[in-house]
Design a protein around this ligand. Structure first.
Ligand code: BMP
Length: 272
């Protein structure tokens, strides 16, 4: 594991809360131009709902991940700051799920904005490559002592079309794209990779490459069909869970139960 602020904060929260659960705080609301008069109220509702669930489940979490469902309507340097403050107060690392995927200078601005707004790590897409691509994200992260997590194999069905395609290497060998991305995560010293819990066999293959050097973050548990035990037995280090907790009639109980199921799965493997 790397020793920047993000990785250390994650390790601390993991130990303090005995949890390897990351909350995907994806509450959402529909906004439209024809209902401008409702925007203020809707933003308040979104914020209130998010803060409420955060407060109730914080003690069961290792980190919080925020995606566009909140960033777009609340605004990075606007209402979203209330959530950033709260996550900071709970001592939890905050991950920006912005899937950075552009040319270098734009990537750098995206990363810089998220880091300056209080996020501890960003998620980026290795498809854009290093030179004048993700090198700028890593530069910015290292400058600010923050983390970069790379997508290696996403949790949805079509992941096989990109992350799963076979690639001809310069030595004429056919290798799956995700294997190349996992190797790049090692070479670039990423702070984590995303591999869907929906593909435990791929988690296992990626784990063989990364060992304990780069942790595996797995979304796709619950509603998307991924299973906690299978994922963690295959090598997942952290589960990212959103709707199963957020839409549950009792988010606290659900988060606690997921945390315990993860710990049971890890326990039956021996300590990580
Ligand atoms: P849920 O548990 O509600 O399915 O949410 C999963 C979260 O992880 C969402 O924020 C989603 O955008 C994200 N995610 C994913 O589901 N699969 C991936 O491969 C990568 C993701 O970031």
């Amino acid at each position: 594991m790397n020793s920047n602020k993000f990785s250390l904060k994650l390790e601390k929260a993991t130990n303090r809360h005995k949890s390897r659960l990351i909350l995907a705080l994806d509450y959402s609301e529909v906004f439209s131009r024809s209902e401008r008069g409702l925007w203020k109220e809707k933003k308040e509702q979104l914020l209130k709902k998010s803060l409420r669930v955060l407060e109730s489940v914080a003690e069961h979490l290792a980190a919080v991940k925020i995606n566009m469902q909140l960033v777009l309507p609340l605004g990075l340097f606007d209402d979203l700051q209330e959530i950033v403050d709260r996550v900071e107060k709970y001592g939890l690392p905050l991950i920006a799920d912005c899937k950075i995927n552009d040319v270098g200078h734009t990537n750098q601005w995206i990363a810089r904005h998220f880091f300056n707004a209080g996020f501890d790590a960003v998620i980026a897409n290795p498809f854009v490559g290093w030179e004048d691509g993700l090198n700028k994200v890593f530069e910015e992260a290292r400058k600010q002592d923050k983390g970069v997590i790379l997508l290696v194999y996403m949790s949805h069905l079509a992941a096989r079309e990109g992350y799963g395609q076979l690639v001809l290497t310069s030595e004429g060998k056919k290798v799956a794209q995700y294997i190349i991305f996992a190797e790049k995560a090692l070479k670039w010293e990423a702070d984590g990779v995303v591999v869907g819990a929906t593909y435990p066999k791929i988690v296992k293959e990626v784990k063989t490459i990364l060992g304990t050097k780069v942790p595996i973050f797995s979304p796709g548990i619950g509603i998307q069909g991924g299973k906690i035990e299978e994922a963690f037995k295959s090598g997942t280090d952290y589960a990212i869970v959103g709707r199963t907790i957020l839409n549950s009639p009792n988010p606290v109980e659900t988060a606690k139960k997921i945390k315990e199921m993860i710990n049971y799965a890890i326990g039956s493997l021996g300590e990580k």
